[in-house]
Design a protein around this ligand. Structure first.
Ligand code: ADP
Ligand code: MG
Length: 399
């Protein structure tokens, strides 16, 4: 069912009564730049037309009463006694946001909250960053605290790194906080300088879910990050100015290859080549060269599959099916890997044809039609659209 301001408002009134304020944040889809963010490199994400929604009304005490529509569960959190994350249940993200904001010196007010959303959970579209960002935005707004959007993103990233235990980069929270509607964001994850780039009119991003998730993402995600840090340590003896893999180029990597074992060498080759692909993709997007952009997207997948080793049979099969469609410019896995979604760049007039084909061909492998979403990049986190007026039957309106 489609989520709207009306549906979220009504869910809140039905549960808590009163008049809530509504907020929402999009998910993110990373066009290219896989795992480069925590290596202080470049990424080119945009936002989805899917959102996490929050309806919130302040309370007079310091309790958060939070209802998740997706999990059909109500939790109470005492803002004065937030215990560290025990597992990654949905309400731990709420606790994490509150704990990080309070620790940063932002004194919050208690609130009744309803959370809803249509971003697939664990699908690589960063439902977690979307949830953190909209919650932080709403809690700060209700406490009359204004912070800069870049700072908002950094606080939300700390929820993942310090609270949930995923050592993620800044990309997801940053694009969700600061993107511009219908544009991609070319972000330098070291300086946090960014450029908004118009999305092409003649091509559309399509996201398709493999429907599988193979490994514990926390462990695999963190282990890739550790391998990158180990490689920097191994290379730094001979390349003293190396602060992160961002600083390495392919010629240096080849020259110093003997310092690395094959695994660390391939992890580096992915990051170094991916940083170059992101910059080339940004130029292609600026020129409107969707053909070239598609080639770079597919090259990114090959590198993530062979060098970074975070793909799986289902992701590879889906990419192959997508790329066999003449209307598809390129496809890659999106997010952490080992399952979740593929993002494809599709010739816009033929989107439906591609959608039908993937439903049939990948559907035959999966045993059901896969979930798919044609991306319309949304506004960043903020107040939700005003509530649609109730449709009044004409006879009632005239009486
Ligand atoms: P991803 O960020 O790729 O979607 P994660 O595993 O990082 O996957 O985050 C998914 C988790 O975030 C969910 O299992 C849930 O705990 C939480 N979450 C995200 N969106 C919502 C939502 N709308 N309602 C409740 N919990 C959510
Ligand atoms: Mg996440």
């Amino acid at each position: 069912m489609t989520i709207t301001s009306r549906s979220v408002h009504d869910a809140f009134v039905g549960r808590f009564g009163g008049q809530p304020q509504l907020f929402r944040a999009p998910g993110r889809v990373n066009i290219i730049g896989g795992h480069t963010d925590y290596n202080e490199g470049f990424v080119l994400p945009t936002t989805t037309g899917l959102h996490t929604w929050v309806a919130i009304a302040p309370r007079t005490d310091r309790t958060l009463r939070v209802f998740s529509r997706l999990f059909d569960s109500l939790e109470e959190i005492d803002l004065d006694r937030i215990e560290k994350c025990a597992d990654a249940q949905w309400y731990e993200y709420v606790k994490g946001v509150a704990a990080i904001l309070e620790t940063a010196g932002h004194s919050l007010r208690g609130a009744d909250i309803v959370i809803d959303g249509d971003i697939p959970l664990g699908g690589g579209l960063s439902s977690s960053a979307s949830l953190e960002t909209v919650l932080a935005f709403a809690l700060l707004d209700r406490a009359d605290i204004e912070i800069e959007r870049g700072e908002l993103a950094q606080l939300c990233q700390r929820v993942e790194t310090e609270y949930v235990g995923i050592r993620c980069g800044i990309m997801d929270q940053y694009v969700i906080s600061r993107c511009v509607k219908n544009r991609a964001m070319m972000l330098d994850c070291r300086s946090l300088e960014f450029q908004s780039v118009e999305m092409p009119a003649d091509a559309r991003l399509l996201v398709v879910d493999t429907g599988v998730s193979h490994r514990l993402p926390v462990g695999e995600y963190n282990s890739r990050r550790e391998e990158c840090e180990e490689a920097v340590a191994l290379l730094a003896g001979e390349i003293p100015q190396l602060g992160a893999l961002r600083d390495l180029d392919l010629a240096q990597l080849e020259a110093k290859r003997k310092l690395l074992d094959d695994r660390h060498y391939r992890r580096c080759r992915h990051i170094v080549s991916e940083n170059q692909r992101v910059q080339d993709a940004c130029s292609a997007l600026q020129r409107g060269d969707v053909q070239r952009l598609g080639e770079l997207i597919t090259a990114s997948h090959v590198s993530l599959r062979d060098d970074y080793e975070i793909s799986c049979a289902e992701l590879d099969a889906l990419v192959e099916i997508m790329n066999s469609c003449p209307e598809v410019y390129g496809s890659r896995l999106v997010g952490g890997g080992f399952g979740g979604c593929v993002v494809c760049l599709v010739d816009a007039p033929h989107l439906d044809r591609v959608m039908d084909r993937v439903q049939v061909e990948y559907g035959a492998l999966l045993g059901r039609a896969p979930w798919a979403h044609a991306v319309t990049p949304s506004d960043p986190v903020g107040p939700a659209p005003t509530i649609e007026p109730l449709e009044v039957p004409e006879s009632a309106a005239n009486s």
